[in-house]
Design a protein around this ligand. Structure first.
Ligand SMILES: Nc1ncnc2c1ncn2[C@@H]1O[C@H](COP(=O)(O)OP(=O)(O)OP(=O)(O)O)[C@@H](O)[C@H]1O
Ligand SMILES: [Mg+2]
Length: 234
């Protein structure tokens, strides 16, 4: 199948620090691909490279068949690349409803609007007038994902969605990702939680020190004890 999001040979730097080395990523429509690896291996930098927040110094990015290397983040968002960053960027002084409305992207329509988001996230509907800053960590994480959905992305990128959540909320998050997946949402996520990654992904890409060191189906990856030991914090 044709990939919907494809990166080849990404080399990304922060100033003079070379962080990503020839990183390649390939996501097919409807697929859930998980980037894995320990702290500091370059997962967030890969997302930042793809969405144009830290454009790669070399390499090529294609999204929906168009070359878009070096395109600014707001243009990538308008093309349909959704990004939920690691640090939940909820606007504390704005209500849940207002935070969601800020996720709308002009010209992008589809399954998600205020009503369908509230139906998917009843807890957000209940607290729609509450200020974002008063939500718990788990609720804020749900809100950031719901806000990204409001932009009706063609590919949703989630940077460590289970990080810092209690086991119960991790369970909710897992169900949410599985539901999105069963509705054919294309997802690229990063995770350090192996169980979570195995439960939601179709394919896994492992990074180490800015290099892709493993890629395989989740079925293959499940059996790779040596890869888990060597490259993951398990
Ligand atoms: N703004 C920055 N300036 C300089 N170096 C940075 C910057 N952001 C990240 N780095 C460095 O780049 C490397 C990759 O970081 P990155 O955040 O992409 O890793 P990560 O895999 O997302 O880690 P984590 O699991 O902790 O989120 C690390 O060595 C980090 O210290
Ligand atoms: Mg990160």
């Amino acid at each position: 199948m044709e990939s919907i999001l494809k990166a080849v040979g990404l080399n990304t730097f922060y100033d003079r620090s070379h962080i990503l080395f020839d990183v390649g990523i390939d996501v097919e429509p409807g697929e859930t691909v998980c980037l894995m690896g320990r702290n500091g291996v370059g997962k967030t930098t890969t997302f930042r490279s793809l969405i144009g927040l830290t454009p790669p110094r070399s390499g090529k990015i294609e999204f929906k068949g168009k070359t878009c290397t070096g395109l600014a983040a707001h243009k990538m968002a308008r093309m349909g690349l959704g990004f939920v960053p690691e640090d939940r960027r909820i606007l504390g002084p704005f209500s849940v409803r207002e935070n969601l409305e800020l996720g709308r992207i002009p010209g992008r329509h589809g399954r998600w609007n205020l009503d369908s988001v509230f139906a998917q996230f009843p807890i957000l509907a209940e607290m729609s007038e509450r200020l974002g800053g008063t939500l718990s960590g788990g609720e804020q994480q749900m809100l950031t994902i719901a806000r990204a959905l409001m932009g009706n992305p063609d590919v949703l990128m989630l940077d460590e969605p289970s990080e810092g959540l209690s086991p119960v909320i991790v369970g909710d998050m897992k169900r949410l990702v599985l539901e999105l997946k069963s509705a054919d949402t294309t997802i690229l996520l990063s995770e350090q939680n192996l169980k979570f990654a195995l439960a939601v992904s179709d394919r896994v890409v492992v990074l180490d020190k800015g290099h892709v060191v493993y890629t395989g189906s989740v079925g293959q990856f499940q059996k790779e004890d040596q890869v888990h030991k060597k490259y993951l914090a398990v």
